[in-house]
Design a protein around this ligand. Structure first.
Ligand code: ZN
Ligand code: ZN
Length: 68
């Protein structure tokens, strides 16, 4: 791999290392906006993440449904 430093040609932010797609809405977010589901470890953005207060868990919508 060649170094990706290319002055004058900024990479789109969504291609920056550290960006990861949310597995629920498929939008790419920066790391700071992504969490991981505590049920299946899927990358889930903070918008999609569901907090299950009774269990103190933060889950993706699929897991939240499975947990009832
Ligand atoms: Zn999302
Ligand atoms: Zn999950």
């Amino acid at each position: 791999m060649t170094p990706s430093a290319r002055p004058g040609r900024p990479e789109p932010w969504w291609l920056e290392p550290g960006g990861e797609p949310c597995e629920t809405c498929l939008m790419v977010h920066l790391d700071e906006l992504l969490s991981h589901c505590e049920g299946c470890d899927a990358a889930v953005c903070t918008t999609c993440l569901i907090e299950v207060r009774e269990r103190s868990l933060r889950l993706c919508p699929a897991c939240a449904e499975a947990f009832g």
